[in-house]
Design a protein around this ligand. Structure first.
Ligand SMILES: CC(C)(COP(=O)(O)OP(=O)(O)OC[C@H]1O[C@@H](n2cnc3c(N)ncnc32)[C@H](O)[C@@H]1OP(=O)(O)O)[C@@H](O)C(=O)NCCC(=O)NCCS
Length: 207
């Protein structure tokens, strides 16, 4: 595992594009060019991105900004082989007291993945705020306090939504940052639409 660099743009976009297509309950709103634009101009500029690689290249990546996890994808041919667990464990080991992320409620495999790794649901939405207009859920993991018996144990979190206002929502773990901004890629006359992300704290990414 290592931090991503600009030279990784295409490889990360390829993983993201291919893995996102496994989520067959979602509309496919962007082409590969848009993914590359997003990785180069948003992901690598606004997030800390960790990649996992092997002899075949980058096989998984995760975005993180402090306690916020963003996009998190494993290349389809490497899913279920443990690399996602390694990336989550590395994020936990970075020293944060908690991790939070959004993902789509229909992503039942992701839900099992996160719950098996100590995350718990803390808020559900109807999807009105995300680009896909698809219901999502916010999950949280908290480091166990020193008084607790076993390191890494999960502190109980509420089962009911507890975020007071929609403005408090950060990006969903895939809540596409593509949305909200119009980027004019002039050379090729390519217009890409990415949603406007007002202040950084209000942006959402769903994984
Ligand atoms: C979720 C994801 C990043 C986890 O990475 P990973 O490298 O597969 O993770 P691991 O191999 O460590 O763990 C696999 C677990 O993920 C779960 N999983 C999640 N999505 C899965 C998928 N599409 N296919 C198979 N298993 C999946 C499995 O239930 C498996 O559970 P297990 O621990 O009981 O075996 C990866 O599966 C993925 O990219 N999925 C598709 C995109 C997605 O859902 N991204 C997350 C959005 S928040």
């Amino acid at each position: 595992m290592r931090l991503a660099i600009q030279a990784d743009v295409e490889a990360i976009a390829d993983v993201y594009f291919a893995s996102y297509r496994l989520l067959d309950f979602l509309p496919k709103l962007h082409d590969l060019t848009s993914y590359r634009w997003y990785v180069a101009n948003v992901m690598l500029k606004e997030w800390t991105v960790t990649v996992a690689e092997d002899d075949s290249g980058i096989v998984a990546f995760v975005e993180r900004r402090g306690e916020e996890m963003g996009h998190f994808y494993t290349r389809p041919d490497r899913i279920g082989q443990g690399v996602g667990t390694q990336l989550v464990e590395a994020a936990k080991a970075s020293g944060v007291d908690a991790l939070e992320l959004w993902f789509f409620q229909a992503n039942t495999r992701a839900r099992r993945f996160y719950e098996a790794r100590g995350f718990r649901a803390i808020r559900f939405t109807d999807g009105a705020d995300n680009e896909e207009q698809t219901p999502d859920v916010r999950y949280r993991w908290e480091r166990t306090t020193r008084k607790s018996s076993s390191p890494g144990q999960v502190v109980s979190t509420p089962n009911v939504p507890n975020y007071p206002r929609s403005e408090d929502r950060p990006l969903t773990c895939q809540r596409h940052v593509h949305a909200a901004r119009i980027a004019d890629v002039t050379a090729g006359g390519l217009m890409m639409i990415a949603r406007t992300l007002a202040p950084a704290g209000d942006r959402r990414v769903i994984t």
